[in-house]
Design a binder for this molecule. Structure first.
Ligand code: F0G
Length: 351
């Protein structure tokens, strides 16, 4: 869409920006809502994928970051900081560079996908590794922003939620109404909070006739919202959602209860199966955490709890290119076959 102006200009009246707010944008948002024919066939529903990997830095974080960094700039901040499992750091790095602000990120040592690390460095952040998990990083980031003049751009910053809610607006604008069900992965729980806020605001304004039931899925090894207890040592192959104490805990539970939805978990095996299926059939390559939404849909279907004929949106939150290691270590065909010119036809089974 060549006319797309970035989500602040597209949805200005819904966002906390004024005429004098400096708009820091990379023309994020306006992401494709891709029909998923194979998933639709399998479920007997009308399934769409909201492909957030099509954002400028390859994840949904750009929606929140354009607003958070624009507001930080407006308030005169010269530096920002965040804790991250990878995508927030890549996004903060890019928007801070664009705004000519300094950026520091705190990440758990050894638990950040390769592509995200590369992005953060390329955009010029100070990357600090912490021997701990995301929850430890977030605590430290909050403390630093209390003690020093530096702005926090994690999703506990309300401007992040405001930006991220625009994904719901886009879905309603595209479909003409809200879907019946909305599936998404849940980590720190900012995104489910944001989507639910967006759907509510649009319905209240008469832009949709209904609101979807919100179905959030955590990784089984990092599922505090399912067990109701903080997970001290979260663990999952989906490093983006390796979080044991979500900051937006109560908002996520409210979204579930107010919408008549569900928060459940999917195993790493279920995540990887959905990850492969999405790439190989409906042909959308997402990162492992993103596949938790689709794994959740399949889990509900397999339990016999999915009525046919519903309109369903699954948010796939990040681009598959973010995490080449997981892709290459989990695909049986990832080892290339070496041939000389004479052997190619034979190895392909053509000769
Ligand atoms: N999917 C991806 C690809 C993510 O990077 C995240 C969160 C989520 C889902 C979960 O969203 O936290 O709003 O519930 N990533 C954060 C980060 C924590 O630091 O990049 P959530």
């Amino acid at each position: 869409n060549p006319a797309w102006r970035g989500l602040i200009e597209e949805y200005r009246e819904w966002l906390p920006v004024a005429q004098n707010t400096p708009v820091v944008t990379l023309l994020e948002g306006g992401t494709p809502l891709v029909p998923a024919p194979v998933l639709s066939d399998r479920t007997g529903c009308e399934v769409y994928l909201k492909v957030e990997g099509a954002n400028p830095t390859g994840s949904f974080k750009d929606r929140g970051m354009t607003v958070a960094i624009s507001k930080a700039k407006e308030e005169g901040a010269e530096a920002v900081i965040c804790a991250s499992t990878g995508n927030t750091s890549a996004s903060a790095a890019a928007y801070a560079a664009r705004a000519q602000m300094r950026c520091a990120v705190l990440v758990p040592t050894g638990k950040i996908a390769l592509g995200k690390m590369a992005q953060a460095f390329m955009h010029g952040v100070r990357l600090l590794e912490v021997d701990g998990n995301f929850d430890d990083c977030l605590k430290l980031a909050e403390k630093l922003t209390q003690d020093y003049p530096i702005s926090l751009v994690n999703s506990i910053n309300p401007h992040r939620i405001e930006g991220q809610k625009t994904a719901s607006f886009e879905i309603v604008d595209t479909l003409g109404d809200a879907p019946d069900l909305h599936f998404l992965p849940v980590g720190n729980a900012g995104n489910i909070t944001a989507y639910w806020k967006g759907y509510r605001e649009y319905a209240d304004a008469g832009n949709s006739t209904k609101k979807p039931r919100m179905f959030g899925f955590q990784a089984a090894g990092a599922a505090p919202l399912v067990s109701g207890k903080v997970v001290e040592n979260p663990d999952t192959i989906a490093t983006a959602i390796r979080i044991g104490n979500p900051a937006s805990w109560t908002q996520a539970i409210d979204a579930r209860d107010d919408s008549g939805g569900r928060i459940d978990s999917v195993t790493d095996e279920e995540i990887l199966a959905a990850y492969h299926m999405l790439a190989a059939t409906d042909a959308v390559f997402v990162e492992p955490a993103s596949a938790a939404s689709v794994a959740g849909l399949l889990k509900v279907m397999n339990a016999g709890e999915l009525d046919r004929g519903q309109r369903i949106v699954c948010t796939v939150t990040g681009n598959g290119l973010k995490d080449p290691d997981t892709a290459l270590s989990n695909v049986p065909k990832a080892t290339p076959i070496r041939v000389d010119a004479a052997e190619a036809a034979e190895k392909l089974g053509l000769a």
